[in-house]
Write a protein that binds this ligand. Structure first.
Ligand SMILES: *[C@@H]1O[C@H](CO)[C@@H](O)[C@H](O)[C@H]1NC(C)=O
Ligand SMILES: *[C@@H]1O[C@H](CO)[C@@H](O)[C@H](O)[C@H]1NC(C)=O
Ligand SMILES: *[C@@H]1O[C@H](CO)[C@@H](O)[C@H](O)[C@H]1NC(C)=O
Ligand SMILES: *[C@@H]1O[C@H](CO)[C@@H](O)[C@H](O)[C@H]1NC(C)=O
Length: 301
């Protein structure tokens, strides 16, 4: 009969080697496990909370549906509630479209992470009403996401682009949520809410050129590409009497693997400018076209 101390030793011994053997696939592919987070191309859902058939809606699938489809990068706009201090997900204004509280959205992401242990999800929130980062931290805590959030070893300094862990390391460490805020992040206040523009540059947004012929750096203004990952705003708008609305009709071509204005074509253009592929491409209507096939092709899997 094994003594309980031997049993405990065995269990602890097994637990300590678990992180090294646990994942045979990371974000759906074994080939991604040993790639640095900063060296994987991932498609994302732009305005991921705005789901439906309104002219202002950007997505057909809700956040769970987006994640189930294979999307691992979620972007959302936050605003202060018109009546109290609650952080809401609103489109431009809470009068135009209110998609509920950030807490409820984050709780949905947490539920999904709980049932999908080999997945790393990246979140990019915008802080349209310049709310204090501590208030975002409170919401991450109450939604139960704080414990999943990655804190760089360099914190509060920015982690260098080539110092990022691999997806396997993120999964093994249980830090499977990487969260960025566009403005107002402060790593010394909330270490897991990372400063988007310290880590990335972005190409222009609100693009109405269906060929997506521009990969120039739009934000941060005057930034250098060196040392930054990058996000390509690959969602097409159509200008209707001066108002930009998501181009639902062209989404199958915009989100195609290849062809004029496709995910593949814009990625090729950007790669020719920066010598490396985009880290993230933000898309409207992720259920249209073939975003996941495009992502696989770009990553060579
Ligand atoms: C998301 O969409 C699916 C499919 O339409 C639906 O079953 C599910 O209840 C929705 N989830 C939420 C949180 O709205
Ligand atoms: C994993 O977690 C340990 C303990 O918190 C930490 O020291 C280490 O830097 C983490 N590794 C990565 C890759 O994040
Ligand atoms: C490409 O984008 C940059 C950055 O936003 C902008 O300055 C430039 O005018 C754009 N070029 C064209 C041809 O639209
Ligand atoms: C990852 O590294 C390979 C090899 O250097 C490079 O071709 C590719 O563009 C990189 N991808 C990203 C997203 O950095």
């Amino acid at each position: 009969m094994l003594s309980s101390s031997i049993l405990t030793g065995l269990v602890l011994g097994m637990a300590s080697i678990m992180p090294a053997i646990a994942q045979s696939a990371c974000n759906g592919q074994s080939a991604y496990c040993d790639r640095k987070y900063s060296n994987v191309t991932q498609v994302g859902a732009h305005d991921s909370p705005f789901v439906g058939l309104l002219l202002s809606d950007n997505q057909n699938l809700n956040v769970t549906g987006q994640l189930d489809l294979g999307v691992r990068f979620l972007q959302g706009q936050t605003h202060k509630s018109l009546v109290d201090d609650t952080i809401l997900l609103c489109h431009t204004s809470c009068l135009l479209e209110d998609a509920g509280t950030l807490e409820s959205y984050l709780a949905t992401v947490k539920t999904w992470l709980d049932s999908n242990p080999d997945e790393v999800v990246t979140l990019l929130l915008t802080n349209d009403d310049s709310l204090p980062v501590a208030q975002f931290g409170d919401v991450f805590t109450s939604a139960g996401l704080k414990d999943y959030a990655f804190v760089p070893s360099s914190s509060p300094s920015t982690l260098a682009i080539d110092a990022w862990p691999t997806l396997r390391e993120l999964i093994g460490n249980g830090t499977r949520l990487v969260a960025f805020l566009d403005y107002g992040a402060d790593a010394s206040t909330v270490p897991y809410i990372l400063d988007e523009f310290a880590y990335f540059f972005e190409t222009p947004y609100d693009v109405t050129d269906a060929t997506f012929s521009n990969c120039s750096i739009d934000r941060p203004a005057g930034a250098s590409a060196t040392g930054r990952m990058y996000i390509v705003n690959h969602f097409l708008d159509v200008d209707i009497l001066g108002i930009l609305i998501p181009d639902r009709e062209r989404a199958p071509e915009t989100n195609a693997v290849s062809g004029s204005g496709s995910i593949g074509a814009q990625s090729d253009l950007c790669e020719s400018m920066y010598g490396r592929l985009p880290n993230f491409l933000l898309l409207d209507f992720v259920d249209q076209g073939e975003p996941i096939a495009a992502q696989s092709a770009l990553n060579g899997v």
